[in-house]
Ligand binder design. Structure first.
Ligand SMILES: *[C@@H]1O[C@H](CO)[C@@H](O)[C@H](O)[C@H]1NC(C)=O
Ligand SMILES: *[C@@H]1O[C@H](CO)[C@@H](O)[C@H](O)[C@H]1NC(C)=O
Ligand SMILES: *[C@@H]1O[C@H](CO)[C@@H](O)[C@H](O)[C@H]1NC(C)=O
Ligand SMILES: *[C@@H]1O[C@H](CO)[C@@H](O)[C@H](O)[C@H]1NC(C)=O
Length: 407
């Protein structure tokens, strides 16, 4: 479904007149309110393509067949029931009861993934290295390809400038990809999608004229944990791994705290105009201030940038949220290729606000056979390192890592 700018701003105006005061898109400075970035929602075609690239958009058909966990907790049908589930989940006694997701279960399904492949107009030999990028919880594929101040915040444009090709996609349930059942989507789902897509890219599918000589899988946040799980299980899918907004020390992963600070609400109730096509398993935080709490740290960001990322936000599934850090316990000892972890110094989500001191272990143990493992802490930023001041500094660490390891 392609929403035209005018349709979208009209839909926004109507929904903002309804008295759902917490609705994020109605925040006065939100660019979505005036349609500036509105065509970002649910469309295969993007509002912005880097000038230095040739880009193609694809619907990639995929068949999934994987083992995940069953959502055994009661499935809420309204906001009251969701709040009760969340208070049970985070209560002191929660550990005594059954986990919301337990029992292994097999899942199968056919879906479509909305993806963009960009390759440099000016080539230098590196264009045959393809970065396969998986976004996290909160954004869609625009995470990598910001139309807002692209010189400051667009990773794809930076990577293209250095000569690399980039394949980036809307995760299942996000953007223009199929809206899978929100009570099914979980970390194991995302891991399987990454394995399927990386193999397609290795086989030269959906990469235009490029036949990938090397593939680097890259994630952000939830996408990094799923990428970590994907290469730990099947190292053959890539030649290098880049995990942004990623850390594995328990001390930094305060899961109860995160359920509270994310303030999850049913997405289709919060904003029916934008998220009416998601079932009740999809949730979102209510305002830009909740985004800032979890993703940004002053003074290294500005309010307009936070407003942009809020306007481009996507709901996520409750199961993805609950299982996001499960792969933190998974050993990647079978991985004997280059690995980079790069995370903001003040990451609130994966380091509970401060990474130094807890970043090295158990990361070094999980990646004990990586050749090499590079652990980088990006100064001053919280979780959204792509959208803080000096985001291009982080992009430089990533492309230097690839170049210095022969990719
Ligand atoms: C729409 O929002 C953008 C971004 O905040 C702003 O620069 C622009 O002036 C706004 N346009 C209107 C017509 O309000
Ligand atoms: C987490 O970091 C702390 C502080 O460096 C360290 O003592 C602890 O062993 C780490 N946890 C694991 C599982 O390595
Ligand atoms: C950014 O980080 C550097 C290094 O940690 C520090 O010296 C500097 O004061 C920080 N800048 C701001 C604006 O916080
Ligand atoms: C910008 O980021 C890079 C990479 O993390 C870092 O080395 C550099 O010190 C940062 N610059 C500033 C001014 O914080």
């Amino acid at each position: 479904m392609v929403l035209l700018k005018t349709d979208l701003s009209m839909a926004m105006a109507i929904t903002c007149m309804l008295k759902t005061a917490t609705m994020t898109a109605c925040y006065p400075n939100d660019p979505a309110t005036n349609g500036t970035y509105g065509t970002y929602y649910n469309t295969l075609t993007l509002t912005y393509y880097p000038q230095n690239a040739d880009c193609n958009d694809y619907y990639v058909p995929i068949s999934l067949d994987y083992k995940g966990k069953d959502f055994v907790a009661p499935k809420w049908s309204n906001p009251y029931e969701l709040q009760d589930s969340l208070s049970s989940l985070t209560a002191r006694t929660a550990a005594d009861g059954p986990a919301a997701l337990s029992r292994e279960k097999s899942y199968k399904g056919d879906y479509e993934i909305a993806a963009t492949f960009c390759t440099p107009r000016k080539t230098n030999g590196k264009e045959n290295t393809v970065i396969v990028a998986t976004h996290g919880i909160g954004p869609a594929r625009s995470h990598w390809n910001s139309p807002f101040r692209p010189k400051d915040f667009n990773f794809v444009e930076h990577a293209i400038d250095k000569g690399y090709s980039v394949f980036f996609y809307d995760r299942l349930g996000c953007g223009a990809s199929t809206k899978i059942d929100g009570f099914e989507a979980q970390s194991a789902t995302a891991k399987t999608v990454i394995q399927v897509l990386a193999k397609k890219v290795q086989q030269g599918q959906y990469t235009g004229k490029i036949k990938a000589a090397k593939v680097a899988v890259m994630g952000f946040s939830f996408g990094s944990y799923a990428t970590h799980a994907a290469i730990a299980e099947d190292p053959s899918i890539a030649d290098a791994v880049i995990l942004t907004g990623f850390a594995v020390n328990d001390t930094g992963l305060n899961l109860n705290g995160l359920v509270r600070s994310f303030v999850p609400r049913i997405a289709n109730v919060e904003n029916p105009a934008l998220y009416g096509d998601r079932d009740n398993g999809y949730v979102t935080w209510p305002s830009v201030f909740d985004l800032i709490m979890n993703y940004f740290k002053a003074p290294a960001f500005d309010a307009q940038t936070a407003d942009f990322t809020e306007s481009a936000k996507e709901p996520f599934s409750a199961g993805e949220f609950i299982t996001f850090a499960d792969p933190a316990k998974v050993s990647a000892e079978k991985w004997d290729k280059p690995a980079l972890h790069i995370t903001g110094e003040k990451d609130y989500i994966v380091c509970d606000g401060y990474c130094p001191g807890i970043y090295e272990e158990p990361a070094s143990t999980l990646y004990k056979n990586a050749k090499p493992l590079q652990l980088s802490i990006h100064p001053n930023a919280s979780h959204h390192l792509n959208f803080h001041a000096n985001a291009t500094g982080a992009y430089g660490v990533i492309t230097d890592f690839l170049a210095s390891n022969g990719l």
